[in-house]
Design a protein around this ligand. Sequence first.
Ligand code: GTP
Ligand code: MG
Length: 136
Amino acid sequence: TERTLVLIKPDGVERGLTGEILRRIEAKGYTFAELRKQQASAEQLAAHYAEHEGKPFYQPLVDFMLSGPVVAAVVTGNEVIKGFRSLAGATDPTGAAPGTIRGDLGRDWGEKVQKNLVHGSDSVESAEREISIWFG
Ligand code: GTP
Ligand code: MG
């Protein structure tokens, strides 16, 4: 069993999609070890998105992530890191496959790549690093 850090970004919370997104994760057979709605801090986001520092979308992304509460979860299950990224779909919702969170629910208009509903860790190392950022 593996664990991953999932965030429902402020657009997902604002659009009332928290339940729908959690339902998909749970229906896949994964378990919530931790689940908390919270306002992110600038410090958490600087740590979380350190790999993107200096890229043109970095500051807008951090500002967006501060614009409202997020739902943070530690999700556990067999191969859940890969499995959740498969559930989430491609980063750009326009190209995300139907059946995925971003493909079915993602917006297809302005700022769509930034406001793509969810985050999921991309490796065991990032998962452990990100879980410590959001859950200590
Ligand atoms: P996450 O699960 O959120 O990490 O998505 P990802 O792994 O598919 O994307 P990545 O880690 O490369 O980027 C993190 C986040 O930065 C993405 O989810 C987007 O919100 C944002 N992002 C990435 N690339 C771009 C881009 O080219 N333009 C904009 N505006 N945002 C981007
Ligand atoms: Mg990523």
